[in-house]
Design a protein around this ligand. Structure first.
Ligand code: SAM
Length: 275
C-alpha cells in the first residue's frame, strides 16, 4: 500500500498512520463533542483528519506536532488561520499544565485528544497521568490491544501495570473499534478509541504514587511468579498474609485496592526506616 497520503510520505519513526475514513472520523469527533470555550488540545494533528472537523466546530484548538513538515503545513493551512495554536514539540516532554495556564481560559481543564503515534503511546499515557489534575477528559486512538490493557480488570490476560495505573488516575471507557483499512498506510493491527476521564478523587487512598508504580512494575515484571516471590524485595510473606493477601497469588489476580494496600505498607516501612 502507498505510504503517501495527501502529498505527504508517512514517516514510520513518527508512528504516522493517517485516518482517511470519513465515517470513523465523524464518530470520533462526535465522541469528543468539542465545544467553543473549551481548552481543546490535539496530540499529533498530522494531515488534519481530526483537526479539520474539530476546527469547523470551534474557534480555538491547540495542537502538538513533532514532525516539522506537518507543523509547517498546518501553519500554512488556508482556512484555520488564527484558530490553530501550533506547538512544534515532542508531546512526551510537553508540560501540559503550563500549556493550560497559557490558554485564554486557564481556569478550565484541558480536553486532550488524538490519534496517537502507537510507538510512544504507553510512555505518553504515563506522561499524561502526571497532568491528570489539569485534564477533564482524553479521547485517544490506540492499538486495540492497548485499549484492552487500559480497561482490563483482575483475572484478564490484558491486565497489567498499565491497567492498574490508568484506573488509579482515570475512568476508562472503550468507545469504538477501528479496522486497519481506516488508515493510510494501514497498520498491521486493529485500533480502538478510548475515553479516559481523570478521577476528581482517586478511587483508592495511596500515600505515594511512585511506590504504587514501583510495586506494580515489580509484580507484573514477573507476572508468572507468585507475589511472595516477585515482591520479596519490598514486602515479606508474613506481611502480605497480615494484610489479608494470599502470598501465593499472582499479580494478575490483585485488584487496584490490593496494590494500594501493598504500596501503603511499603511506604510506611520506608518512613519507619528513615525516622
Ligand atoms: N491525527 C492524524 C490522523 O489521525 O490522521 C495523524 C495521526 S498519526 C497516527 C500520529 C501523529 O503524531 C503524526 O502526525 C506524527 O507526526 C505525530 N507525532 C509522532 N510522535 C509525536 C510526538 N512525540 N509528539 C507529538 N506528535 C507526534
Amino acid at each position: 500500500m502507498s505510504k503517501t497520503h495527501l502529498g505527504h510520505t508517512a514517516r514510520k519513526r513518527f508512528g504516522q498512520n493517517f485516518l482517511h475514513d470519513d465515517y470513523v472520523i465523524e464518530q470520533i469527533v462526535n465522541a469528543i463533542n468539542p465545544q467553543n470555550g473549551e481548552n481543546l488540545l490535539e496530540i499529533g494533528p498530522g494531515l488534519g483528519a481530526l483537526t479539520d472537523p474539530v476546527c469547523e466546530r470551534v474557534n480555538a484548538l491547540t495542537v502538538v506536532e513533532l514532525d516539522r513538515d506537518l507543523a509547517k503545513r498546518l501553519n500554512e493551512h488556508p482556512f484555520h488561520g488564527d484558530k490553530l495554536n501550533i506547538i512544534e514539540q515532542d508531546a512526551l516532554t510537553l508540560d501540559f499544565a503550563t500549556v493550560k495556564d497559557n490558554l485564554p481560559n486557564p481556569d478550565k481543564p484541558l480536553r486532550v485528544f488524538g490519534n496517537l503515534p502507537y510507538n510512544i503511546s504507553t510512555p505518553l499515557m504515563f506522561h499524561l497521568f502526571d497532568y491528570a489534575s489539569s485534564i477533564s477528559d482524553m479521547h485517544f486512538m490506540l492499538q486495540k490491544e492497548v485499549v484492552n490493557r487500559l480497561a482490563a480488570g483482575p483475572g484478564s490476560k490484558s491486565y497489567g501495570r498499565l491497567s492498574v495505573m490508568a484506573q488509579y488516575y482515570c475512568a476508562v471507557m472503550p468507545v469504538l473499534t477501528v479496522p486497519p483499512g481506516a488508515f493510510k498506510p494501514a497498520p498491521k493491527v486493529d485500533s480502538a478509541v478510548v475515553r479516559l476521564i481523570p478521577h476528581a478523587t482517586p478511587p483508592v487512598d495511596v500515600e505515594s504514587v511512585c511506590t504504587l508504580e514501583r510495586v506494580c512494575a515489580q509484580a507484573f515484571n514477573q507476572r508468572r511468579k507468585t507475589i511472595r516471590n516477585s515482591l520479596k524485595d519490598c514486602i515479606e510473606e508474613q506481611a502480605l498474609a497480615d494484610l489479608g493477601l494470599n502470598p501465593g497469588a499472582r499479580a494478575e489476580t490483585l485488584s487496584l485496592q490490593d496494590f494500594a494496600t501493598i504500596a501503603n505498607y511499603v511506604s510506611q516501612q520506608q518512613e519507619a526506616i528513615s525516622l
